[in-house]
Design a binder for this molecule. Structure first.
Ligand code: AMP
Ligand code: MG
Length: 492
């Protein structure tokens, strides 16, 4: 019997792959083979995401699919590969990173015609694993699931998790932890580091093919531009600036903004030591490995530009044969970053503050608000919600948050706030975010075998704006003292 014949009773294949990356870009990764795992067990399937992708959530829960999700079987017609890439890690260039614990199973096209990657994370060693075991553990995998779903519900472009399985094996980290694999859906896994890999090796032919591929997938209009490569760079710059502006307005800290963790699609990717800030402080760093605070909350806009500069450098040979001209064009594209960021940030802040129209002083009003939060170390998420209540006429709960006097600022804001702004503000300022203390509790419980705190928190953060009776504890700031020594880990 041939490979394409289906045996009677054979499980249906959950995916219909259409693999442009593996087919068009040979030499951009290494073939990957599944490895048996002890007991592949489904933890959760993202029903909502599965349905939007045109996949049958029930088929995804069957044993055959669970084996695929565990990296123990390869779907039919898949051409799984570990993708290669380079990257600046904390400012230092690593010429070869690549998927060390991940694999691209393939691409599917959803009912809306949108092409997405289906990838595994934690599915075992690959040719790019270096010293690592290629594995992941349940806590970090669930963390990525939770954070991605929260960001999606908040309207932030993000990769999302389709499924989580455990492998039945123990993985050595800080002690022995349950092994798990995440199935990740992404607009693509093209990273700044993917371009850097080929550029650093002066493999201009492949670099050019990668540019063409990225244009077709993410910026089709760029193909008709005078300089398509610059148009692609412009697109990436615009998306990164807008993305980081959204993070800033939510208090999100990515934690490892290395160039291998920056997508061309503009989606947030690689939820490792990320977190949402509690009290407002631009110097906040939670990641245990970020000793110098390079990826502190307040540094993210600047780091975004730094990362775009690394992309621009990598693209130079394709932008123009004449280096001086290439540098000039790339620099002009980078010069647009700040304007894009400022515009996106201010538009976001106008909505969060409920301002009426636009005014020259709006930026000062927004930065002065943040200065007040910083001075009194006020919980950022709570402050915006109480400001929405103030728009409805009740400012007592807001002023209670501050030690100092906020009357003068409130007076200025009152001059600018739109009539009936409270409702609109309630629709852009979340009540429920994945607060660090709640995330830690949910993950600890899940690792001990009790998923209910995780499910409850997931339910709250995927309905971030809806005040729900009984969910007050999800809106409350961390207990006193929690944030002081709080650290997040890569979990690799
Ligand atoms: P990250 O900091 O998670 O973006 O990972 C940086 C690099 O380390 C990537 O190339 C990963 O594939 C690799 N890596 C992280 N954890 C592991 C692991 N447990 N085994 C092998 N490679 C890993
Ligand atoms: Mg990464």
């Amino acid at each position: 019997m041939t490979a394409t014949q289906v045996m009677p009773g054979a499980p249906p294949d959950p995916f219909t792959f259409d693999n442009t990356y593996a087919e068009q870009l040979s030499g951009f990764g290494a073939p990957w083979e599944p490895t048996e795992v002890a007991t592949p067990t489904l933890v959760t399937v993202n029903t909502d995401l599965a349905t939007s992708l045109g996949l049958d959530p029930e088929a995804l829960s069957e044993a055959h699919a669970v084996r695929i999700f565990a990296g123990a079987a390869s779907p039919e017609h898949a051409a799984p590969i570990a993708q290669v890439y380079a990257g600046h890690q904390f400012g230092n260039f690593s010429p070869q990173l690549g998927d060390g614990r991940a694999v691209l199973l393939g691409e599917i096209v959803d009912p809306a015609g949108r092409r997405v990657d289906i990838a595994l994370k934690g599915s075992g060693r690959t040719p790019f694993s270096r010293g690592g075991d290629g594995k992941a553990t349940l806590g970090p995998v669930l963390r990525e699931y939770l954070m991605g779903e929260a960001m999606h519900a908040l309207g932030v472009p993000t990769t999302r998790a389709l499924a989580v399985v455990t492998t039945g094996e123990l993985v050595r980290r800080d002690g022995l932890l349950p092994g798990a694999v995440l199935t990740r859906v992404a607009a693509s896994h093209l990273r700044v580091g993917t371009f850097q890999f080929f550029s650093a090796r002066s493999d201009i032919d492949r670099l050019r093919r990668l540019v063409d591929y990225a244009i077709e997938r993410h910026d089709p209009a760029a193909a008709a531009a005078d300089n398509p490569t610059v148009a692609l760079l412009d697109g990436v710059v615009r998306r990164q600036a807008a993305l980081i502006a959204q993070w800033m307005n939510l208090g999100f800290i990515h934690g490892v903004l290395n160039t291998d963790n920056v997508t061309v699609s503009g989606e947030t990717i690689d939820y490792g030591p990320c977190s949402f800030m509690d009290h407002y402080d631009p110097t906040t760093v939670y990641s245990s490995i970020d000793h110098g605070g390079r990826y502190a909350y307040g540094n993210q806009p600047t780091i975004g530009l730094w990362n775009m500069a690394r992309l621009a450098e990598a693209l130079l040979p394709v932008i123009d044969d004449e280096q001086e001209r290439a540098v000039e064009l790339a620099t002009a594209a980078l010069d647009r970053y700040q304007g894009e960021f400022d515009a996106a940030w201010l538009a976001g802040m106008r909505a969060k503050l409920g301002l009426d129209g636009t005014h020259d002083d709006d930026r000062a009003l927004a930065t002065d608000w943040y200065a007040l939060l910083a001075t009194d170390r006020v919980d950022m998420t709570t402050a915006f919600r109480r400001l929405a209540d103030a728009a409805d006429g009740d400012s007592a709960a807001l002023t209670d948050l501050f030690d100092g006097d906020v009357d003068e600022w409130l007076e200025r804001w009152n001059q600018r706030v739109a009539p009936d702004a409270g409702r609109g503000m309630g629709a852009v300022n979340p009540m429920y975010i994945p607060r660090n203390h709640l995330v830690e509790h949910a993950l600890d419980s899940a690792v001990q075998g009790d998923l209910s705190p995780f499910d409850e928190l997931l339910d709250a953060v995927t309905h971030p704006y809806e005040m729900r009776p009984g969910s007050e504890r999800f809106a409350a700031p961390a207990p006193d003292g929690f944030s002081a020594g709080y650290q997040t880990f890569c979990g690799t």
